[in-house]
Design a protein around this ligand. Sequence first.
Ligand code: NAD
Length: 476
Amino acid sequence: MRVTVVGTGYVGTVTGACLAYLGHHVTCVDTDETKIAALQSGRSPIYEPHLEEMLRLGGLRGGLEFTTDLASAAAASDVIFIAVGTPPLPTGEADLCYLEAAARSIGTAMDGSRFRVVVNKSTVPVGSGNLVETLVREGIRDVHPEIRQLIQFGVASNPEFLREGTAVCDSLYPDRIVVGTEDPRTMEIMRVLYQPLVEQKFAPPDGVPRPPNVRAVRLLLTSLTGAEMIKYAANAFLAMKIGFANEIANICERVGADAPEVMAGIGLDSRIGARFLNPGVGWGGSCFGKDIHALLHMAGEYGYESKLLKASLDVNTAQRQLVIQKLQEKLYILKGRTIALLGLAFKPDTDDLRDAPSLHIAERLVQMGARVNAYDPIAMKACKEQRGDLKIRYCDSPLEAATEADALVVVTEWSEFRGLDLPQLASVMTKAILVDGRNVFQPEIARAAGFDYTGVGRSLRRPENNPTASMQKVTS
Ligand SMILES: NC(=O)c1ccc[n+]([C@@H]2O[C@H](COP(=O)([O-])OP(=O)(O)OC[C@H]3O[C@@H](n4cnc5c(N)ncnc54)[C@H](O)[C@@H]3O)[C@@H](O)[C@H]2O)c1
C-alpha cells in the first residue's frame, strides 16, 4: 500500500519505518525541515534503539521517503496517518492545533482518483475522529467545491501503544492493534494494511527478534470513540498502577516492609501482573500526565469529576518531592550542597525529557541553593539544548558527577548504572549518601560499599536480618 505518515516524532518515525519494513511504500512528512533533512540523510532525530537500522531496512524493502510536502505525499497515498503532537494546554485539555492543521492540509490534497483512509494515531479526546472528518471535508471544499461529493475517504482511529526505548519491538510485536471506525470499507483497508503484523510471518530484523510467545497479534475492531477512549484508559491505568506501587512503597517504609518483596508477592497474582509495579521517583514522559489531564478535562466537560485520576496525578507529584525530603533527612540543609543526579531522561533508552522527574528534582534543588551535577548516557545533549535555563553541571561519567558530591541520586534506571563500582563512587564523595530513586541497587551491597543508602520503600531492617543479604555480592 502507499502510506503517508504526518509527523516524524517518536510515533510517526517508528510507525513509518516499521510499515516500510513490512513492505508498504511510506512517505513521512513533517513541517520541521531540520528533522526531515536528518531523516533524508539516514539519521534519526531522536534516540531510539534500532530505529536508524529500521529506517535503512524500510528504505530497502517497501520504500521510505521523507518530505515537507504533505500535499504530494497524501495525494499519492491510500492510507494517511496523522501522528502529530497533542500537547496539553494550560487548562489540561489536549491542544489539537497540530491535528487540525494536518487534517485540513490532508483535505486540500485530496482528489477523486482513489478512496483514501485518514487514520488518527495521535492521542486525542473522544470525538476527534469526527473533528478530523469535518476538517478533511472542509479542506476538500476549499479546494474542490465543485466535485467535493465525488471525493471519497474514510476516517479511523488507531491509537499507538509503543513505549519509548522499546518502540521498534513494540511496533513489530504489539500486544494488540486497535482500529476504530464506523465505515466497513475503511476497516477492510486497515485490515489489509496490518495483515503482516497480525499474521507475524515476516522475518524479524536483526537485533529485534520476535518474542517467543508472539505468534499472531490480535486486531481489535471498535467504534471510533471506543478506540479513542481505549488509549486514554490504558495510559491512565498504567500511571495509576505505578502510583499504587509508590503508595504501597511509602507505607512499606514506615512499617518496615520491603516494597520490592511486596510487589513481587502481589505481581504473581495473574489478576494483577508483575509489570509496572516498580516503586520509584514517579512516572514522567510526554504521555501519562498529559493524557490523564486530558481525560480529566474531558470527563469534566460531561460534569464528571474523576477522583481516582486526580489522586493519581497528586500521588505522582508527591513522589518526585520525596527525593528532596530524603535528601533533607540526610543532609538537613541543601543550600550549598552538591547533589549528583544519575539519569536525566524520563526513562532508560530514550533521550526524551518531557515531564522528566529529573527536571523537577533539579529545579527544586537549584531553587533551594544546591549545586547539581548530572550524568546521563544519552539525554545530556537534549537537556543542554532544551533546558539552557537550568543550572546543571554536566559530567562525562558517574564518577565525575559523584566526585566531591554530598549525595548521589539515581533518577533513571539506565542499565549501565547497575554495574557501577559503588566502593569507588563512595570513596570520591564528600558524604557517601545514596538516594536510589529506582531501587537499582541492593541496600546491603550499597551499604557494604560504604554508602548511607536509602531506596524507595526499602526495608530499614539491619542487613543481618535480611535473608537475601547473604546472597548478594558487592559490586566493585
Ligand atoms: N511518544 C510516545 O511514546 C507516544 C506513545 C503513544 C502515543 N503517543 C501520541 O502520539 C502523538 C505524537 O507523539 P510524539 O511523541 O511522536 O510527538 P512529537 O512531538 O515527538 O512529534 C510530533 C511531530 O509532528 C510534527 N508536526 C506538527 N504539526 C505538523 C503538521 N501540520 N504537519 C506535519 N508535521 C507536523 C512536529 O514537527 C513533530 O515532529 C501524540 O498525540 C502522543 O500523545 C506518543
